[in-house]
Design a protein. Structure first.
Length: 276
């Protein structure tokens, strides 16, 4: 299976989605607000079988107007000091070259929370509001990240020192503080890289519900080994050793005989809760 990421002009997006769906291809439209990706462009993703790849590309080429052709970049993604892309990148619609986005733009528009987040040896409030958020914004973000109740139980509340790399907090508390910190930036794209792994399934569900309620139109990418974390996603990409095996809505993948269902059955057998 191959994953197509198409950045197309807004005026072509509606017709392209209809044309792809008429041909039996599933399409997801990413929600982005402000900045380069939204400057007259719409980002679409579609997972297609290997033997159908050219058919999908033909539809895109037929529907969309080509603005420019961009070939493999020899510079790191995000500018100097970024990550090199080891294979050719070619964007023939939409005019967007992701490899040439400046690092400052990426930092302003993409928020990331890692499985092992880094916390500064400062107070909880300083860690959450380190990008300039005031106390009210810090408290709001803490509520959404489901860490506010924990903070209020500490003797010094938001002024509690977390110690070197957050040593005074549990793994789940560190992850939720890091989530709150990212939320204060209000980036249009948010990436959660296994950043709910240290919380129980009940807290996981509460956080996801709060994020869905408070994030508005932000594009949210969740990387997780826990199936229940993914059940509210619009679409799921199943990867194994860097290869895309499955793509589609989680409920659809549950009905298929594939790795997603295998992991689901295994996790349910050891006591994971049934997804709603």
């Amino acid at each position: 299976m191959k994953l197509i990421v198409a950045i197309v002009q807004d005026e072509d997006a509606g017709r392209l989605v209809s044309a792809l769906m008429d041909k039996g291809f599933g399409v997801t439209k990413l929600a982005t607000t402000g900045g380069f990706l939204r400057a007259g462009n719409t980002t679409l993703i579609s997972g297609v079988e290997d033997d159908k790849l050219q058919d999908a590309l033909d539809v895109i080429e037929k529907i969309c107007k080509s603005r420019e052709q961009i070939t493999a970049s020899t510079t790191p993604m995000g500018g100097a000091g970024g990550v090199y892309v080891p294979y050719p990148i070619r964007v023939t619609v939409g005019g967007a070259d992701l490899a040439d986005l400046p690092a400052a733009w990426v930092r302003d528009h993409v928020g990331v929370v890692l499985q092992e987040p880094f916390l500064f040896s400062r107070t909880i409030e300083e860690n959450i509001g380190i990008c300039g958020a005031d106390h009210a914004a810090v408290c709001k973000a803490a509520e959404t990240a489901c860490i506010a109740a924990d903070i209020e139980q500490f003797a010094d509340g938001y002024q509690t020192m977390v110690g070197e790399r957050g040593v005074t907090l549990s793994g789940g508390q560190k992850q939720r503080v890091a989530i709150a910190r990212m939320l204060t930036k209000k980036t249009p794209i948010m990436v959660f890289d296994d950043s709910l792994s240290a919380v129980d399934t009940e807290t996981d569900e509460k956080i996801r519900s709060a994020l869905d309620r408070d994030l508005g139109g932000a594009t949210t990418i969740i990387i997780s080994h826990r199936i229940t974390t993914l059940m509210d996603c619009d679409n799921v990409l199943v990867l194994e050793r860097g290869k895309l095996l499955q793509y589609g809505p989680p409920q659809t993948l549950l009905q298929a005989d594939g790795l997603f269902r295998q992991i689901y059955d295994m996790q349910m057998s050891i006591g994971e809760e049934e997804p709603a």
